[in-house]
Write a protein that binds this ligand. Structure first.
Ligand SMILES: NC(=O)c1ccc[n+]([C@@H]2O[C@H](COP(=O)([O-])OP(=O)(O)OC[C@H]3O[C@@H](n4cnc5c(N)ncnc54)[C@H](OP(=O)(O)O)[C@@H]3O)[C@@H](O)[C@H]2O)c1
Length: 245
């Protein structure tokens, strides 16, 4: 019997690439995001190879998250892996009238992810185990000047994942946190500089390997980002404030 996987934010970028990668690996897919029309096109393409169910879901509609993910899991006949991937990034600075952007970032990237993880855990407990994956970011390792709320959302998400790991072990649920560097997707195409950028397809291949190995956490790709994130943590605050522009 094929394994099944639920992915939030599956309509573009990393979520979309993960859907195609896991379909090639024989998984059945439950895909959701706000833009149903994009998911419909993906389903047409993917369903030649695998079973696909789709749903319109805004992860900020917290009450609907449980309902929608449970329904997709039921339609798939069970689920082994849930990936909290939906996310946005916004440039903002305090005092410039952009609090609404910060609020959006925290609601989607942190609260939407926690709602997904909460619903996913409930589903996997009933299945007798599985794996919860969060797509965090290297941006969570230090506060970035251009996107401080984004950094805060990812730091909090990674910390949350670390916090739930032991408790979920009791239910045979593995907790995996992936921290991509720059992956070529619509979230960052406007940026002037994207050091060490890799394609979404390559990123999805690396992430699918890590998920199948059930690792606890990793930068993606490992090189150079595991080295860079270690250095980021070591840089003293005064130096960080000079280079963080
Ligand atoms: N690309 C990178 O370099 C990079 C690096 C580190 C971390 N990440 C993380 O990777 C994840 C995926 O990002 P990406 O790079 O693939 O960017 P993307 O192409 O912009 O994809 C973001 C996805 O999230 C969905 N989404 C956004 N808000 C949502 C909401 N309220 N409810 C449900 N779905 C929502 C979008 O679909 P709809 O608009 O259809 O809802 C889209 O499918 C994010 O969490 C991002 O922070 C990306």
């Amino acid at each position: 019997m094929s394994k099944s996987i639920l992915i939030t934010g599956a309509s573009t970028g990393i979520g979309r690439a993960l859907a195609f990668e896991f379909s090639r690996r024989g998984y059945a897919l439950g895909l959701c995001s706000r833009r149903l029309e994009l998911l419909e096109l993906m389903r047409d393409e993917l369903s030649r190879e695998t079973k696909v169910v789709i749903a319109k879901l805004d992860v900020v509609e917290f009450k609907r998250v449980q309902e929608v993910l449970s329904r997709m899991a039921e339609e798939l006949g069970g689920v082994e892996i849930v990936i909290a991937n939906a996310g946005v990034a916004e440039r903002s600075h305090p005092g410039e009238g952009t609090f609404y952007l910060d609020r959006n970032v925290i609601e989607i990237n942190l609260l939407g992810a926690i709602a997904t993880i909460d619903a996913g855990t409930d589903i996997l407990k009933k299945e007798g185990g599985g794996q919860i994956v969060a797509i965090s970011s290297v941006a969570g390792f230090r506060g970035l000047s251009s996107t401080p709320a984004y950094s805060a959302s990812k730091a909090a998400l990674s910390t949350y994942m670390e916090g739930i790991r032991n408790k979920l072990k009791e239910h045979k649920i593995v907790v995996t946190v992936l921290n991509p560097g720059f992956i070529d997707t619509p979230i960052n195409t406007h940026r002037k500089s994207r050091p060490f950028v890799i394609s979404a397809e390559k990123g999805a291949r690396l992430m699918a390997d890590m998920i199948e190995k059930k690792i606890w956490s990793s930068a993606v790709p490992v090189w150079p980002w595991s080295f860079i994130t270690k250095i980021m943590r070591l840089v003293p605050e005064r130096l960080w404030s000079k280079i963080n522009v």
